[in-house]
Design a binder for this molecule. Structure first.
Ligand SMILES: Nc1ncnc2c1ncn2[C@@H]1O[C@H](COP(=O)(O)OP(=O)(O)OP(=O)(O)O)[C@@H](O)[C@H]1O
Ligand SMILES: [Mg+2]
Length: 496
């Protein structure tokens, strides 16, 4: 639902606009003059402002200027008195999206608001048409970024999309480099052609040349068919050279020549093929150091780096964290048909303070992890992975650990989610008893954990690692069992 602020000193008009918008499911706040509107904008995030011009204290144009200073992406619609064209022109000059003349027809107003919101979401929602070649990404993919630095990235993307020059996207792992590459492609004139990705780090050295440029039949052992390479395949569209910092010295020379001449020769062929693919490259590697060390060619770097885009790590744009979290909560609620409402305050502050070494990919994984583990309506401390919880960044350095955790959880994920859908009641520990006090010199929580872990290991051993059977025989709700297996890092396969 969108939140709108209606600003007018005319209470009757204010109320009629408010009820018209509420009828169309907007959340509406009101303010009586520009000054009050400005302080409302500092307190609350609005999707759109509908504002009169002539008001006491601070008029609409002055308020507009201040609001735009505060948040340049804010959409402001100005209401002007009939035939007061100067006001309208001044407002648009100062960044108002559009103006409406009084008397206002609520149909026109609603139509204009919807158009304005759509225009804004077009900038933020990349028009992914989900071609079969795009890796990841779907129609619902959204680029989240309210921070100033991401707003700048969005405006750079919009400009880059319109020119055919090579782009080099740099940033730590998981910062969204591939998303930027797709955004550039799908927002430019080549959007109806292919977006072709090649991960230069994932292809063995002896195959990369043929992957990129193709080969003739019999060009090398195993080349039983003629094959076209990615450069040719991407013709007319975009070729995304991912992890370009990982290509060998030999391939760097070849790539440089191909990019300079805009033509290439397939392996084992004499044919020279001219290509017309837009080149976007990405890497998390420190090119400056590599150039100094001689492991990356300076000339190739400059050829690619014509238009650089740098994606800052998430820890340097913490204001994006709440937006990303709520985006992923909506996303996973939809995906898993759940209704998680949000985070508890302590989780909120832990997520903001955490260093996010795996950046947005890690955040996404953490939220999905919590969806699987959480049994209440809010994401609580207990459903965060230990590394995030303890603020121990080293354990999640790179994104691999959290990604592996997700993969190892895949097998159990569906069954937990099924159970969550079927049964939202809290689980109960049937075995929450511990030995006699005198023998145990540990604290209660630690002793309980030890008992739980050894009990579950015993139960799994007895049932040969079979989850359903263990749950049934040991009288543990399956959801609880799975959660404990994850918590204590037990591998049921060991007991098969
Ligand atoms: N601004 C963003 N808004 C929403 N989702 C994002 C954003 N940035 C990244 N993501 C998501 O985070 C994940 C990682 O993004 P992406 O694959 O583009 O990162 P990357 O920089 O290419 O990482 P790597 O270097 O590991 O290849 C994806 O699921 C992507 O959709
Ligand atoms: Mg990537």
């Amino acid at each position: 639902m969108h939140r709108v602020l209606v600003v007018d000193d005319d209470k009757i008009l204010q109320e009629s606009v408010k009820s018209a918008l509420e009828f169309h499911n907007f959340i509406v706040d009101t303010a009586d003059n520009g000054k009050l509107a400005l302080s409302a904008v500092h307190k609350e995030k609005y999707d759109l402002i509908v504002m009169d011009v002539n008001m006491p204290e601070m008029n609409g144009i002055e308020a507009l200027v201040e609001m735009k200073k505060h948040d340049p992406s804010l959409i402001v619609l100005i209401l002007t008195a009939f035939s007061n064209v100067q006001d309208a022109v001044a407002a648009v000059k100062e960044g108002a999206y559009n103006y409406l003349e009084k008397p206002i027809s609520s149909d026109n107003l609603v139509a204009l608001i919807k158009r304005a919101l759509k225009a804004r979401s077009l900038i933020q929602t990349m028009a992914f048409s989900a071609p079969s070649l795009s890796l990841g990404g779907g129609k619902d993919d959204q680029f989240v970024g309210e921070s100033d630095v991401m707003q700048k990235v969005f405006s750079i993307i919009a400009k880059l999309a319109q020119v055919p020059t090579p782009v080099l996207i740099r940033g730590e792992s998981g910062t969204g480099k591939e998303l930027v590459a797709k955004a550039i492609h799908y927002n430019g004139p080549r959007k109806d052609d292919k977006f072709v990705t090649i991960n230069c780090a994932a292809i063995p050295e002896n195959l990369i040349e043929s992957e990129l440029f193709g080969h003739e039949k019999g060009a090398f052992t195993g080349a039983s068919e003629r094959k076209i390479g990615k450069f040719q395949y991407a013709d007319g569209g975009t070729l995304f050279l991912d992890e370009i910092g990982d290509v060998s010295a030999t391939m760097q020379v070849k790539l440089l020549r191909v990019l300079q001449e805009r033509q290439f020769t397939p392996v084992g062929s004499n044919r020279v093929i001219t290509f017309d693919a837009r080149i976007i490259a990405a890497s998390h590697k420190p090119f400056e150091d590599m150039i100094k060390e001689g492991t990356f060619r300076e000339d190739l770097f400059y050829r690619l780096n014509v238009l650089p885009v740098y994606l800052p790590p998430l820890r340097n744009r913490t204001s994006d964290i709440p937006h990303l979290v709520s985006y992923y909560i909506d996303y996973f609620n939809n995906l898993h048909s759940l209704e998680i409402k949000g985070l508890t305050p302590e989780v909120k502050s832990i997520l903001t303070d955490y260093g996010w070494p795996g950046n947005i990919r890690e955040l996404r994984n953490v939220i999905e992890h919590a969806f699987i583990i959480e049994s209440s309506d809010y994401i609580t401390l207990g459903s965060l992975p230990a590394a995030v919880h303890s603020g121990d960044n080293e354990h999640t350095s790179g994104n691999n650990n959290s990604e592996e955790a997700m993969i190892s959880m895949d097998a159990i994920k569906d069954s937990i989610l099924d159970e969550k859908r079927a049964d939202n009641s809290d689980y109960q520990f049937t075995f929450a008893t511990i030995g006699s006090e005198g023998e145990i010199k540990l604290d209660f929580q630690e002793a309980k954990d030890q008992f739980e872990k050894s009990f579950i290991v015993q139960a799994l051993k007895y049932n040969k690692g079979k989850i359903n059977q263990t749950a049934l025989k040991a009288n543990i709700p399956k959801k609880t069992l799975l959660r404990k297996i994850e918590k204590y890092e037990i591998n049921p396969k060991e007991f098969y």
